[in-house]
Design a protein around this ligand. Structure first.
Ligand code: SF4
Ligand code: SF4
Ligand code: FES
Length: 249
């Protein structure tokens, strides 16, 4: 086992400045993950040229793959820094920010576009409890509940957006994560009451029909959410809604 950890980081000082690479070498410590490694680097930010530099900027909160904040590209693969153990990856460890979101600084990106999309599709229920808003709150089967639970584990990390060939800074495509949440809230007993509004939000340009079904999103989702199954169901619902609109129902 090597007694140091070699690290190469793609850095960017400001949102519009040119990115550059910087290399570091840190003492080996057992059980390090990428976030704890970056924290150790923050205590003594000296590069391999012996220069003291600004600490590498990154985001992290939960440290248990729940918040999604530490998502970055690690050795070419988009994933969470907190759940990536140093002992399981090759060196030099290469860290880059996600490419589909604007860089704020170094490894920190602005995922606001995804949160705006969740707002657009009304990814919430109006009130937590059907009885206040609706006379009869519909029941849900254990099978549906189980699928919904899987989708509800989305942490808006952006891995699926990074992998999706249809989603980019220039395209209008809303992206896999917000589409998955649209389908989730449409299938919840109380969420169903706003189904038509959500379907109209994902109709037309940038909506569900822009998905090319490349399946990249499913492959990279750390929560193994069945995104393409949800997107296919959403496409079916949009078609039905379209027919209803044409028939004036
Ligand atoms: S299946 Fe659709 S949403 Fe998923 S990666 Fe492909 S184009 Fe993007
Ligand atoms: S669907 Fe999966 S990959 Fe996409 S944002 Fe949610 S947790 Fe991340
Ligand atoms: S710190 Fe929350 S997912 Fe990594």
């Amino acid at each position: 086992m090597a007694d140091t950890i070699k690290l190469k980081v793609k850095r960017q000082d400001e949102p519009d400045s040119k990115p550059y690479w910087e290399e570091f070498e840190l003492p080996y410590k057992e059980q390090h993950n990428i976030v704890s490694l970056l924290m150790a680097l923050r205590e003594n930010p000296v590069n391999t040229k012996g220069e003291t530099v600004a600490p590498v900027c990154f985001e992290a909160n939960c440290m248990e793959e729940v918040c999604g904040a530490c998502t970055m590209i690690i050795n070419g693969k988009v994933r969470q820094g907190c759940s990536t153990l140093i002992d399981n990856i090759s060196q030099p460890i290469v860290l880059e920010p996600m490419t589909k979101f604007p860089v704020v600084r170094d490894l920190m990106v602005d995922r606001q576009q995804m949160f705006d999309a969740l707002r657009k599709v009304k990814a919430w229920v109006e009130l937590d409890g059907g009885y206040d808003t609706h006379v009869h709150s519909p029941r849900i089967s254990p099978e549906d509940w189980s699928v919904n639970y899987d989708v509800s584990r989305c942490m808006t990390c952006g891995c699926c957006m990074e992998a999706c060939p249809q989603f980019s800074k220039k395209s209008d495509f809303i992206g896999p994560a917000p589409l998955g949440q649209t389908q989730l809230f449409n299938s919840l007993p109380t969420g169903r009451f706003n189904k038509s509004e959500r379907l109209h939000a994902v109709m037309g340009d940038g909506g569900v029909t822009d998905c090319g079904n490349a399946q990249n999103c499913v492959r990279v989702c750390p929560k193994e959410i069945p995104l393409t199954t949800g997107i296919a169901e959403l496409g079916r619902q949009v078609t039905i809604q379209l027919m209803k609109d044409i028939l004036g129902q």
